[in-house]
Design a binder for this molecule. Structure first.
Ligand code: ARG
Length: 285
């Protein structure tokens, strides 16, 4: 199926969807060379379950290849021994309009990653900025159109939200997460293009659900079965949506909405509580 085949598709409710247009993206990814589950800081992690690092590396490489084949740019961040979660590059910070803000991690186990991601940003020519309060990069910060959607409740401190808004100059909408399995915003909400999102409502506090309904009345509502596969942890270029293969129901919803779902198996990296988006830092510049 090509992008143009999909563009004219008629959705489940019979309406014709707008043409989906891919935009070339810039991503940064960190290979899972030292990936392991040595501590448990989210409900997906279990130190008793063995991890096969070679399998993790093979799955990660396949994800990278998918991006390259779609025409995107992928920069590689050097992994650091002793920082097993560094593969979740989305958490390293945010780069928007030439402004880089490096993460401040909640858990001491990940604190060293801030240094590694700041070094990478510096190497790319940015002058990394810092927040006073905890914030975990794009794990809790998603750009939709011109505004940032920002999660809080488990990792990012809501007091970091105004700091991020000031540093980036972007309008920011705060959303409260309430289910520990959806501890980062990018586990419960996916940005598909500049105006379209998908999300799992039970992961959000009542008031945040109302905010999302008001801002995105046409959002794709994802079922628990897919959300519990980390199915919302996807990366979209506006037309192609790279998603975890297990989220079959969400893939059907995406196709019905005119997107092109591309499944990638990241089962090994799921043992750390992450999937496609977690492994991908998008550079918005
Ligand atoms: N083990 C990591 C943690 O708990 C997983 C991070 C997943 N990343 C994400 N963007 N949700 O911090």
């Amino acid at each position: 199926m090509t992008i143009s085949d999909v563009a004219g598709m008629v959705g489940a409710r019979g309406q014709r969807h707008p043409e989906r247009t891919a935009r070339r993206r810039r991503y940064a990814m960190t290979p899972p060379t030292y990936f392991a589950v040595e501590y448990a800081i989210n409900p997906w992690m279990d130190t008793a379950v063995p991890v096969d690092t070679d399998v993790a590396v093979a799955q990660w490489r396949r994800l990278r290849e998918v991006y390259l084949r779609l025409g995107h740019t992928v920069a590689t961040v050097a992994p650091v021994v002793g920082l097993p979660d560094m593969v979740y590059a989305a958490n390293g910070g945010i780069v928007v309009d030439g402004v880089a803000v490096v993460a401040r991690f909640r858990h001491p186990e990940r604190a060293g990653e801030s240094v590694a991601y700041a070094d990478w940003m510096t190497g790319q020519g940015y002058a990394p900025r810092r927040t006073r309060h905890v914030y975990e990069g794009q794990g809790d910060l998603l750009l939709v159109g011109s505004k940032l959607l920002a999660g809080y409740g488990f990792r990012t401190d809501i007091r970091a939200h105004p700091e991020i808004a000031a540093l980036t100059g972007r309008a920011l909408v705060s959303l409260e997460l309430v289910d520990p399995r959806f501890y980062h915003l990018d586990t419960a909400l996916a940005v598909l293009d500049d105006t379209t999102i998908a999300y799992y409502p039970p992961a959000f506090a009542e008031s945040s659900r109302r905010t999302l309904e008001a801002l995105f009345p046409d959002a794709i509502i994802v079922a628990g079965a897919d959300a519990f596969e980390l199915g919302l942890n996807v990366v979209s270029d506006g037309a192609n949506v790279v998603y975890p293969t297990a989220a079959t129901g969400f893939a059907e919803q995406l196709a019905a909405a005119g997107f092109r779902p591309i499944g990638v198996d990241l089962s090994e990296l799921r043992k750390g509580g992450g999937a496609v988006k977690c492994c991908t830092l998008e550079v918005y510049s």
